[in-house]
Structure formats: C-alpha cells, structure tokens
Design a protein around this ligand. Sequence first.
Ligand SMILES: Cc1cc2nc3c(=O)[nH]c(=O)nc-3n(C[C@H](O)[C@H](O)[C@H](O)COP(=O)(O)OP(=O)(O)OC[C@H]3O[C@@H](n4cnc5c(N)ncnc54)[C@H](O)[C@@H]3O)c2cc1C
Length: 464
Amino acid sequence: MSITLHWFRTDLRVTDNPGLAAAQGAGLPVVGLYIATPGQWHTHDDAPIKLDFWRRNLQALEASLKHYGIPLLCLQVDSYRDVPACFEQLLTALKVAELHCNTEYPLNERRRDEAVAVACQQLGVRMQQHVDQVLTEPASLLNKSGQLFKVFTPYARAVRERLPPSLGLQEIRIQPLTQIPALPFAKSVSALTFPNAEHAWTALWPAGEQHAKQRLNEFCQQRIGHYKVQRDFPAVEGTSTISPYLAAGVLSIRQCWQTAQAWQDGSGVFTWQNELLWHDFYKYITWHYPHVCRHQPWKSDVGHVPWRHDRHEFEQWCAGRTGIPVIDAAMKQLLQTGWMHNRLRMIAAMFLTKQLLIDWRWGERWFMQHLVDGDFAANNGGWQWSASTGTDAVPYFRIFNPVTQSQRFDREGTFIRRYLPELADLDNAAVHEPGLLRPAGYPQPLIDLAFGRARALQAFKRIQ
Ligand SMILES: Cc1cc2nc3c(=O)[nH]c(=O)nc-3n(C[C@H](O)[C@H](O)[C@H](O)COP(=O)(O)OP(=O)(O)OC[C@H]3O[C@@H](n4cnc5c(N)ncnc54)[C@H](O)[C@@H]3O)c2cc1C
C-alpha cells in the first residue's frame, strides 16, 4: 500500500499545518515522521529546556495524530548529515508516494532539505515543501524597485498589503488508521534521546496545542487591548508569552495573526501584529542573507569592531553577577524560566555588546543555550540589532543606560526584587543603583557605565 509522509520539524501541531494538510490532500493514507538529531541539537546550542519542550509537544502531537488515524514514526540519527541516508532506508522499506514538509529557513536546515530532495529524487519520490513559518513567502517579496527589503517598516507594510482579510486556516480530517509494518530502526517518542528534564519545566511551559491555543486566546481576550502600553514593563504580564509555542510550531503564525485580528481592538492589535511581523522579517533576512547563519555580521563594514573576549566579565553577565540589578534580575529570569522579557533582552544584550564591548556572538550563544523559545532567526536578529551589526539595527550611538531603563520600566523595582531577593529591602531609588547600600554578597558594578559607553562609541567611530 502506498502512503504519503509528512515530515514534522518545527511544526509540532495538527491545526493549520500546510504540509500535513497537503499530504492528506494527496488522497493516500498519511503517516507522520519525526527525526531526532541529538548531535545537531548540540551543535546548534539548543537549550535543554527547549528540547524538553519539544519532547513533550511531540508526545502531545502523537496523541492528536492518533485521533486523526495518523501514526507517528520516530527515527533518530546523530546530525543533519545522516538524514538523507535515513530517508534512503525509510523509502526502501515503505512504499512512499510523496514526502511533504514545511520550509525551515536557516542555512543548515536548507542544506539538509536539499540533500533529502536529491535522495528522494533518486528513489522516485516527490518531495514538496510548503510555506508555513511566515505570513508571506520570502523568495517572492521585493520592494517597489525590485530589491530585497533591508528595513523593517516598509517590509511590514508590504506584507500587510499582501495579506487577504482572512487567512483561511487549514484543517485535516479523520482518516481510517494507517497501518505500517514494524520497522526495526523506528523508535517510540519515549525512546528518543532528549536531555534530562527538570520537574519545574512542565508547569512553566505546558505542552500541547490545546494549551497553546488557550494561552493565545487568553492573551487576546484579556491583555491585547493594553499591549501597546504594558508590553515594556517586565513586572507586568503584558505580553503573550507564546514565543516557545510559535518557535516549536505548536501554534502557526497565521493562527496568531487571525486570532488577534478577530479582536478588532485597534492599536493593541496593530502593535502586537507588528511583533509577529518582526518574527517574519528575521526569517526573511535569514533566507536572503545566509551569511548571518555563518556567525557573520549582516553589515559587512562592522567586521572590524574590536570585540572584547573577556571570559571573566562574560561569566559574570551569564550568572547575573554584574552588580547592575536590572541586568542581574534579567539573567536570573532566563536561568530560572528559560524565557526573558523582550525589553530585558534588549537591555541585557546591549549592556554586553556596548558597555562591556563583548562579542555579540558569545551572548547569542548563551541565550540559545538557555531559551525555551530559542529561534535562530529571532535570536540572531535580536543580537545583531543590539550590537548595531544587523539590518535595521539600533544606531551604534544610541546606547541604553541600564539604570535609566530600569528606573523607567521597573519604576518600583518589583521585577528586580522578584529575582534578586537580596535587594528586597532597598528603597525604590537604591534598588536600581544600590551604591553604598549594597547588601553584603551583592557584587560591585562590573564596569563604570560612562566609561563603557565612551569606549564603545570610540570603537564604533573608528570603523565608520
Ligand atoms: C537579544 C534578543 C534575542 C531574542 N531571541 C529570541 C529568540 O530566540 N526567539 C524568539 O522567539 N524571540 C527572540 N527575541 C524576540 C523577543 O524578545 C521575544 O520574541 C519575546 O520576548 C517573546 O515574548 P512574547 O511571546 O511574550 O512576545 P509578544 O510581545 O507577545 O510578541 C508576540 C510574538 O511576536 C514575536 N516577536 C516579538 N518580538 C519580536 C522580535 N523583536 N523579534 C522577533 N520576533 C518577535 C515572537 O514570536 C512573540 O512570541 C529576541 C530579542 C532580543 C532583543
């Protein structure tokens, strides 16, 4: 019996999955496939908390697919290099008519898929990729002069102009359970090699489409109206916290867009949808400028910034021991929850790359190793924005002062006190800048902020 395969990657869902829907549209029984690549995850610095989130979502996906009569076949190899051979083995053992999957944009994923397409062709199987992670396919999107977009605002405008009023989410139907022969190289989800999990992660980031939809709906019902005003205050639950679900594909970007659209709230919806467009924009950049996937700055002329590689200072930043409360609280939030508020990501990244002048690639890697929502395009884009090396990045002379940012966005010090209980007794002024009131054990500032700022300005000026 011939079957159609849908290969799940970062699209761990049934709802609005273009590849899965197209596989079913082919008319043959559908089988789902997942290929674990622990060696590649290690090379890509995927965080244990994120991998555990993938594992739990994979279990939830297996259960939902079963309801639709679709079995999930799990395989494991070490790295992407081994994936084409894995397909040769699979396509020889099963009668596969077509292989469907959703496009992933970073370079290593593209190369993997090109190699798989060749292997499929040699075995007479058609591989079809679908647009899923973006609202508009990057390859077809150019500005009015026929050039690639390099700036966010015109990009966002062009995408908005192209979007139809309703995005038409795709659904699948229940099919009779597809029977597949037992394959000696197939594994169960629980037999795949994922890193050890911490108990707290399950409660912090519950898995499954049902939960993801509920999180999205609750945000739209209760908070999107205040998003424009509240999104910058880390002590407040003002953002959606859907990023891990979007990064793992437990939600689609179209579901997010459409759910917000239904709210008709005006400025909150527009502002939130703009954030979804930033997500889109960085995928676009990753696709069209693959040199960013090779640890290179997007701007070629910033290759000569004299980045510092001071291990001690970097380790203090990583551990939340810089002596600057807002930075330390932010880094503790990352270590304790696998997530950091966007305003804090900007403040922490800019402190590392400007005041400390430490190589942005070190920070990018640390974030990736700890984020539950780690996504190459968004993380690289955020770091290159902060380091002023990226497309549409912050100008090098606009350097955030972390203390001023802290006074502005955490006025009462509520967020700082939550993650740095040792500062809880300081008053609302000292909590941002403890000075002589510094409790025993809390470190002195790693750097004089004015000195760090002047050093960064000088370093960037020299290469202009
Ligand atoms: C240095 C740095 C590193 C970052 N690394 C990542 C990362 O690895 N993964 C990631 O998903 N986001 C990353 N971001 C973007 C942003 O901080 C997070 O997406 C956001 O904090 C997630 O919280 P939320 O879901 O509550 O966002 P909301 O404010 O509710 O926004 C909704 C969604 O829009 C997208 N989004 C929002 N802001 C951005 C942005 N600036 N760039 C791209 N997409 C955005 C996210 O998918 C987010 O879930 C990074 C930003 C910076 C400055």
